[in-house]
Design a protein around this ligand. Structure first.
Ligand SMILES: Nc1nc2c(ncn2[C@@H]2O[C@H](COP(=O)(O)OP(=O)(O)OP(=O)(O)O)[C@@H](O)[C@H]2O)c(=O)[nH]1
Ligand SMILES: [Zn+2]
Length: 205
């Protein structure tokens, strides 16, 4: 089989052309694997597979700035604001297999600064989770977005997740959990501030 690498200088293939090539490639692979791509069970599989990939990567069409533009003048205590246990699904960029878990996301608004709506932190998570990812990058992108778009003194994101590529193939370690953290601003520089925000996360979450 000849694999042609798209030229970096040439025009990007449009989605219709790429979708057709993907479907044809998958059909060819099914045939090579001894399966019948025209069987009723597999006929629609290339289309479904591509639709799933499109859904997994919809975050490239979204922007955290849009979600964090709407803020509210709330009197706050000067303590961090945190959403814990936010479920998410993402896709590892190495194998295109899902990883899923929970995130704890928080920030410390500057004194007198408006705050983001509660739902916006999970929305920012999804903007990045719905892209091809590594967990480290996802964790960092969430705190960077909060720093960039909110008047915050610091942000924190802790993610625990199970990777399909680790659980179901390769090393095959179902139940193994990857834990990543990103701390910016005061949570990066001040041990006590980091301790305070971590203390708000329920034990074992
Ligand atoms: N650091 C990090 N690694 C990841 C993440 N998702 C998947 N990986 C790892 O990416 C690596 C890719 O390694 P390769 O040796 O190129 O691929 P592979 O032969 O399929 O590796 P195995 O998974 O060990 O079979 C693997 O070790 C995965 O566990 C992630 O979010 N962060
Ligand atoms: Zn992977």
């Amino acid at each position: 089989m000849t694999i042609t690498t798209p030229s970096l200088d040439g025009p990007a293939p449009d989605h219709g052309t790429a979708a057709h090539a993907y479907a044809e490639g998958l059909r060819a692979w099914l045939s090579a694997r001894g399966l019948d791509p025209n069987s009723p069970a597999l006929l629609d599989t290339p289309r479904r597979s591509l639709a799933a990939l499109a859904e997994f990567t919809i975050g490239y069409d979204d922007d955290p700035a849009v979600h964090l533009a709407r803020t509210f003048p709330v009197e706050h205590s000067g303590a961090p604001i945190l959403v814990t246990g936010v479920p998410f699904t993402s896709v590892c960029e190495h194998h295109l297999l899902p990883f899923h878990g929970t995130a704890h996301i928080g920030y410390l608004p500057a004194p007198g600064a408006p705050v983001a709506g509660l739902s916006k932190l999970p929305r920012v998570l999804d903007v990045y989770a719905r892209r091809l990812q590594t967990q480290e990058q996802l964790t960092r992108q969430v705190t960077d977005a909060l720093d960039t778009h909110l008047e915050s003194l610091g942000a924190a994101c802790i993610i625990r997740s199970e990777h399909g590529c680790l659980a179901h193939r390769g090393a095959r370690k179902p139940g193994a959990v990857m834990v990543t953290a990103s701390y910016t601003g005061v949570f990066h520089t001040d041990r006590e501030a980091r301790h305070d925000i971590l203390a708000l996360i329920p034990l074992g979450a």
